[in-house]
Design a protein around this ligand. Structure first.
Ligand code: PFF
Length: 431
């Protein structure tokens, strides 16, 4: 459940629909699903297996496999740790906006309209303040360890988010304009497919499954030896893809309904305006159209989203914290505070230079670093780790795997196909 919580987050509800809407709808959806099944899922099994074998932080786990080249293992593990921190630095800003949108209707209700307005209007002061709030929540949880509490919470609340999605989807289809969004989502227009779209779909799939940055290795290290890794990975991938699919089913139609109601969504040449915060324009306008009920639904929705974002951000912070704590023997408590503070500083720099830095940090860390690090893990698993040791590890919790079709294909697939395919996606636009 914690791994699923890490996977389900802003990537599903904000990243995926935004990318789908700006990349030709159904064409993006199909390529994304292919990327999930063909690259992200096999790599999720790989990361969880490396982590459970290592029983430690990503740096130490990689070193345990790559005994002959401990330096390179340390460098790669540290790069993953830095990338996780970079992702958290921009993620916390977005998650802060969610807090603002959750609080605003409540404040407006008690007459504090100007504060409510400030919280939902773009501005450096608001961005920084809400980021501080979100980082404090993240540090609070990580300091105590990914405790029972948060796992129980997320396993209870995630189904609520899912049901809320279904209700909102049913509602949106009673509105004028929704079917246009559905058409865009489900009828592919292949003219949009190009190298850039494939790179975007791959990055989005790696981001959505929290791959590359060591988060799934850390969570793998928390898995018991009686757990069937391939099955767990399958469940995480299905939950994650399901939530993203439903988010698209809500947000693309909602975009067209909003457009119908006079909200500007596209510019003169038909491109999405402000794709980055599209969701934050479309969803509030949807809730507003629902009247008083919409206020309640809106608050519930954003509160649940804050929790979804929190179960992802704790996974990100857990990566550097587990490394620092185990490599230097400092207490978890201190490690979480120090690293949380440093990442918050980075967030503040990004928030103060939003126009020039936000997109750059998000693109570099998710679109490029995550898949490229994933490629490194494929090389480590396929070429460095002995097949026998790998089998011994993955057999625990799933003794029949040795004779399964999965075992006949997967190790070979991760060894040859995954690294080449990831590299090709990057090289293709240039040839
Ligand atoms: N998978 C998360 C999402 O879709 O929002 C993002 C994420 C979580 C990325 C944890 C990386 C990570 F380590």
């Amino acid at each position: 459940m914690a791994a699923a919580g890490s996977a389900v987050g802003l990537g599903n509800v904000w990243g995926f629909p935004t990318q789908t809407a700006s990349n030709g709808g159904a064409a993006f959806l199909l390529i994304y699903l292919l990327m999930m099944a063909l690259l992200a899922f096999p790599m999720l099994v790989a990361e969880l297996t490396i982590g459970r074998y290592g029983q430690s932080n990503p740096i130490a786990s990689l070193r345990k496999i790559w005994v002959k080249n401990r330096l390179l293992a340390t460098i790669l593990g540290s790069t993953a740790m830095l990338t996780a921190s970079m992702i958290l630095s921009f993620y916390a800003i977005l998650a802060g906006w969610l807090i603002g949108f959750a609080l605003a209707p409540v404040l407006a209700l008690v007459g504090l309209d100007s504060i409510a307005n400030w919280l939902t209007t773009f501005g450096t002061g608001r961005n920084v303040l809400l980021t501080v709030c979100f980082m404090m929540m993240t540090v609070f949880v990580v300091r105590r360890g990914v405790s029972d509490g948060i796992e129980k919470w997320s396993s209870r609340l995630m189904p609520v988010l899912f049901v809320l999605f279904l209700i909102l989807i049913a509602y949106i289809f009673t509105q004028e304009g929704a079917t246009l969004g559905l058409e865009m989502y489900l009828i592919p227009d292949w003219s949009h497919v190009n190298g850039g779209l494939v790179v975007n779909a791959m990055g989005q799939a790696f981001f959505s499954l929290s791959l590359g940055v060591g988060a799934m290795m850390v969570y793998g290290s928390y898995l018991g030896k009686d757990v069937n890794i391939a099955k767990t990975a399958g469940q995480v991938a299905v939950i994650d893809t399901g939530v993203a699919f439903f988010a698209g089913l809500l947000i693309l139609p909602a975009m067209f309904v909003a457009k119908n109601n006079g909200v500007q969504i596209f510019n003169e040449v038909g491109e999405l305006i402000s794709s980055g915060n599209l969701v934050f324009v479309v969803l509030p306008s949807l809730f507003q159209s629902m009247g008083m009920v919409g206020e309640v639904v809106g608050v519930a929705f954003f509160v649940l989203m804050v929790i979804a974002a929190l179960t992802s951000s704790i996974a990100m912070l857990e990566v550097p914290v587990s490394c620092l704590q185990e490599e230097t023997q400092i207490q978890r408590d201190k490690a979480a505070l120090v690293l949380g503070g440093l990442i918050l500083l980075l967030s503040a720099v990004i928030a103060a230079n939003f126009e020039s830095l936000f997109d750059w940090v998000a693109t570099a860390s998710t679109l490029y670093m995550q898949p490229l690090l994933g490629m490194c893990w494929a090389v480590v698993l396929g070429w460095v780790w002995s097949r026998k040791a790998l089998l011994d590890e993955i057999k625990q919790g799933n003794p029949e795997i040795e004779t399964s079709l999965f075992w006949r294909i997967w190790p070979w697939y991760v060894k040859f196909v995954c690294p080449v395919a990831i590299l090709m996606v990057f090289v293709y636009p240039f040839v």
